[in-house]
Design a protein around this ligand. Structure first.
Ligand code: GUN
Length: 292
């Protein structure tokens, strides 16, 4: 039997509708939630992501501002912009698009963002709050979106074996933190490039979260029949049959794995739209907290 498709685009639409309602309530109280997205340099993929993020804001009635800075920007110049945004009461969320050019230390930039405006959930204060299950902070958008998808899909995580492939600070590590929280109660294994016999781990898993950044890395023989497979990957590969000559694929070999799994997220249309929706949710939350 083919796996059920977990439609992230449809779920993200529902989240956006709820956020739009919350934005309208805040506006009625005189507060317009605002997100400022800073892009340093002119990487075309980053420019597309940043455009999406600000457009999403505008579609739910928020203020979405793009701040473009040249690739030659110094760390001090970027920190000065962060300081200005930290002090601007009309700005509730700040996001500096990663990666930044090599003369800039990303950790220094993240640490400079006021934690209460860090809607990415990357600041050490928010990382800590995510780890201790303190919901006055912000969890990073991708793992937060995956949690909503799993909940909405009715996946029973209590005592389930979850294998995460990838140990990034943005996805793998915070994903593990959210899944082991009391009340969620999953048993989590975090695998990575140095893991011995990766397939032995994945074949045991009730749920696989693939976040390695390698196209179609998870093959059908790595998946236990009936497992739930969440594909966080976004890899652009050559495909001469398309107009652009490229195509977006995930970290999972979708056609093979859908024959084995019970549920699977597509790429595109799975985790990606949920990540964008959670950014809106974090921003409206930041505005609500600022409004008191
Ligand atoms: N670059 C790729 N994904 C992200 C993200 O979620 N946040 C930021 N700030 N940069 C990114």
């Amino acid at each position: 039997m083919e796996a059920r498709l977990l439609d992230g685009a449809a779920l993200a639409r529902r989240v956006r509708e709820r956020v739009a309602g919350e934005v309208a309530e805040l506006k009625a109280r005189g507060v317009t939630p605002g997100l400022s997205v800073v892009l340093v340099g002119d990487d075309p993929a980053s420019a597309v992501y940043v455009h999406h993020k600000t457009k999403d804001c505008q579609e739910v009635g928020m203020r979405g501002e793009q701040i473009r800075m040249p690739a030659s920007t110094s760390q001090d110049e970027l920190l000065a912009v962060v300081d200005r945004l930290n002090g601007d009461p009309a700005v509730h969320g700040i996001l500096v698009q990663m990666p930044v050019p090599k003369q800039i230390d990303p950790a220094a930039v993240i640490a400079r963002i006021a934690p209460e405006k860090d809607v990415d959930g990357f600041h050490p204060v928010n990382v800590g709050k995510t780890y201790i299950g303190e919901d006055s902070g912000f969890a990073p958008c991708t793992p937060a979106g995956v949690m909503v998808m799993l909940r909405e899909a009715g996946v029973d995580l209590r005592g389930a074996e979850v294998v995460i492939i990838g140990r990034s600070n943005i996805v793998g590590k915070p994903m593990a933190a959210l899944l082991v929280q009391p009340g969620v109660d999953a048993t989590v294994t975090v695998c990575h490039s140095r893991t011995r016999d990766l397939a032995a781990h994945t074949r045991r898993a009730d749920v696989i979260v693939a976040a390695i950044g390698r196209a179609r890395f998870v093959t059908g023989d790595m998946v236990k029949p009936g497992a739930v497979v969440i594909d966080v990957g976004m890899n652009r590969i050559d495909d001469p049959t398309t107009k652009s000559g490229t195509r977006l694929v995930g970290d999972v070999d979708f056609e093979a794995v859908r024959q084995v799994a019970s549920a699977i997220t597509p790429v595109p249309g799975g985790v990606g739209p949920m990540t964008r929706a959670m950014l809106l949710e974090n921003t409206v939350r930041a505005a609500r907290r600022a409004a008191g």
